[in-house]
Design a protein around this ligand. Sequence first.
Ligand SMILES: CC(C)(COP(=O)(O)OP(=O)(O)OC[C@H]1O[C@@H](n2cnc3c(N)ncnc32)[C@H](O[C@H]2O[C@H](COP(=O)(O)OP(=O)(O)OP(=O)(O)O)[C@@H](O)[C@H]2O)[C@@H]1O)[C@@H](O)C(=O)NCCC(=O)NCCS
Ligand SMILES: Nc1ncnc2[nH]cnc12
Length: 291
Amino acid sequence: MIRSNAALSFIPADAAGSLAAMVGRTAVRALYAELALHPKPGLVSPLDSGSHDDMDMGTFLRSLFALRGYFRAIAAAGAAGEDFATLRDFGIAAERRMLAATGGINTHRGAVFGIGFLGAAAGWRMRRGLTLRGAALGGTVAELWGAGILAAAPQAPVSHGGRAVERYGVRGARQEAAEGFPTLFTLALPALDGALTDGADPERALVQTLFTLMAELEDTNLLHRGGPAGLAFVRGEARRFLDRGGVFRADWREEALALHRACIARRLSPGGSADMLAAAHFVHALREGWA
Ligand SMILES: CC(C)(COP(=O)(O)OP(=O)(O)OC[C@H]1O[C@@H](n2cnc3c(N)ncnc32)[C@H](O[C@H]2O[C@H](COP(=O)(O)OP(=O)(O)OP(=O)(O)O)[C@@H](O)[C@H]2O)[C@@H]1O)[C@@H](O)C(=O)NCCC(=O)NCCS
Ligand SMILES: Nc1ncnc2[nH]cnc12
């Protein structure tokens, strides 16, 4: 277990404000846990900035601070049954606050989008006393807001992710969300739950989950930075790490650090996988205290 919200099951279903506040805190904790984790190939951590020369841990902390109220607000909006257009306005305003706090650097766009919808779905389901088990949260996102996600005009006409989707025909962040986050529920959460069940501590379980995502996800951040060759390199190395035993090998940390250095040398950063890792932490923690 990573973090229990043990008090959660005792919160009355109509205490929407408390629920939303708890969902918001769980989201911020998940993003902090992702940031604090090390080693994370190519990514920013407290120890270094990985493959990024325009941001560090402080940039991410400023971003997190600016986003605190957002996750609570979007959970409340979800609980109240707000429609796609309203949720999107919350997301766009949050993105603006993030960019103002970081001086224009994109730290958490994927998380504002993905954990935003998952938080809204959590609010919606908890308010109605529904389970968070299995892929229930993803199903709610797809059912209530999937069509809106696909139909909406892109927020930025030319984004790094949008360009990668168009150029390489991959599924990007929007497709993933519209389909109910299949990669999160069929890959990341089983990896996290499995590693914890097999005896890994939270740090190793999160690293195992990150490498599982890196081995599979069509990460548009890797495509943007390294093209298909960059994506294939990271996927292949992550797969080899897992096939050799992953974090259950004695020398797992040295191996993960070797890939961190290799990613820095190639300027590669699996930002989409980092967002999915935070989303997995978020859903796992929410489920710990809810039926
Ligand atoms: C729908 C939007 C989120 C826009 O998405 P779009 O597809 O147009 O692309 P991006 O602007 O690139 O943003 C998508 C972010 O999603 C993450 N991601 C990547 N691959 C996947 C994937 N396969 N599945 C899920 N998620 C994925 C990724 O986030 C991480 O990368 C960030 C860094 O990215 P970037 O700035 O491009 O790259 P750098 O290397 O830093 O650039 P340079 O140094 O070269 O300059 C990092 O921060 C992670 O977060 C993608 O960035 C959206 O814009 C939108 O519609 N938003 C408004 C509405 C909203 O949020 N609604 C939610 C309400 S609930
Ligand atoms: N720790 C991190 N480093 C770089 N990009 C990211 N996107 C989300 N988390 C990240």
